[in-house]
Design a protein. Structure first.
Length: 269
C-alpha cells in the first residue's frame, strides 16, 4: 500500500479526515518553499501536495497563479521540485506532486516517475490528464509503484466516475466546484453529492478540494470526505506577509486551525 493509503487508513482509524496542504515548489524560493511545507507538517498537515509551477495553469485561481509566477521568475525547474519533494518527505509526511502534464512530457515520463519515486514522492495528481490519454503514465506509475490521482467534478457522469476511479490509485480527487481554485466564503453544496456518488463506485479514499479556507470549512468537508485539500488559503499567508518569517508564522497558525478542523469532526467514510 502507498504511504498516502496508510495516511488515509490511520486517519480513518482515528475517526477523522486527512488534511492535505498544497504549496507550489520554489515559492517564494526553493529553500523558502521547503521551510513552508515543513512548517505545515509541524502544525498538523498530514499530507503535502507539491505543485510544479507552470506557465499556463488552467485550473489554478489567481493566488496559486501568482505564487507560481514568482517561483518561475525565480528560476525553479522540475529538478528543483524533486529536491523539494525529497526534503519534505524527510519530515515523514507523505508527499504527492500536483502537476500539469506538459512539464512531465518535457522531462520524460519514465524518467520523471523514476526520479519522483527515488525522491520519496508517492505519486501524481494530474488535473489536465484524463485516463483515456494516460497510457504512458499508467505504465510508468506501475513500474515505479507510484499512485495516480485523476480528478472528477460535479458534472461527471456516473459512467465517467466509474471509469476514472478504476484508473486511480491512492485516492480520488473530487473538485467541489466548477471553476478555478481559491478559498470561498462557503463550501460547495455539490461536493457532498459528488462524494456520495463516488462511494457507490469505489472504496478508494475521496479527497475534496477547491474552496476550503478556514477551520470551520475544513470541519464541514471532513464530515463527509476522507481528505480535505487546501491550497490558496495557505499560499495567501505567504503572499500577504511582509517577509518569510512572518509568512511562516501565519502559515503555521492557519495550518493548525485547519488541522483542528479535520480533527473536530470525523469522516463519514
Amino acid at each position: 500500500m502507498s504511504r498516502i493509503g496508510v495516511a488515509f487508513d490511520k486517519a480513518r482509524a482515528d475517526g477523522r479526515a486527512v488534511l492535505v496542504g498544497c504549496m507550489p515548489a520554489g515559492f517564494p524560493t526553493v529553500e523558502g518553499s521547503i521551510a513552508a511545507m515543513t512548517a505545515m507538517v509541524e502544525a498538523g498537515v498530514d499530507v503535502i501536495e507539491v505543485e510544479i509551477p507552470y506557465s499556463d495553469p488552467v485550473m489554478d485561481g489567481p493566488v496559486i497563479q501568482k505564487a507560481s509566477d514568482i517561483a518561475l521568475a525565480g528560476g525553479v525547474r522540475t529538478a528543483d521540485t524533486l529536491r523539494i519533494v525529497e526534503a519534505v518527505a524527510a519530515t515523514g509526511a507523505p508527499v504527492v506532486t500536483m502537476t500539469y502534464w506538459n512539464p512531465i512530457e518535457q522531462y520524460g515520463v519514465d524518467a520523471f516517475a523514476r526520479d519522483l519515486a527515488a525522491a520519496g514522492g508517492t505519486g501524481l495528481i494530474t488535473p489536465d490528464l484524463i485516463p483515456e490519454e494516460a497510457d504512458e503514465w499508467l505504465a510508468a506509475s506501475d513500474a515505479y509503484g507510484l499512485d495516480r490521482t485523476f480528478l472528477v467534478s460535479p458534472s461527471s457522469t456516473d459512467a465517467r466516475l466509474r471509469m476514472t476511479v478504476e484508473h486511480c490509485r491512492g485516492f480520488v480527487y473530487a473538485t467541489a466546484i466548477m471553476g478555478v481554485t481559491g478559498a470561498r466564503s462557503q463550501t460547495s453544496d455539490a461536493a457532498p453529492v459528488l462524494v456520495s456518488r463516488l462511494r457507490e463506485v469505489t472504496e478508494l479514499p475521496v479527497g475534496v478540494g477547491l474552496g476550503v479556507g478556514t477551520g470551520a470549512q475544513a470541519a464541514t468537508v471532513a464530515g463527509y470526505a476522507d481528505g480535505v485539500i487546501v491550497g490558496s488559503a495557505l499560499i495567501r499567508r505567504l503572499l500577504d506577509a511582509p517577509d518569510l518569517d512572518a509568512g511562516l508564522t501565519a502559515l503555521r497558525t492557519l495550518s493548525a486551525e485547519l488541522a483542528e478542523g479535520v480533527r473536530a469532526v470525523g469522516s463519514a467514510a
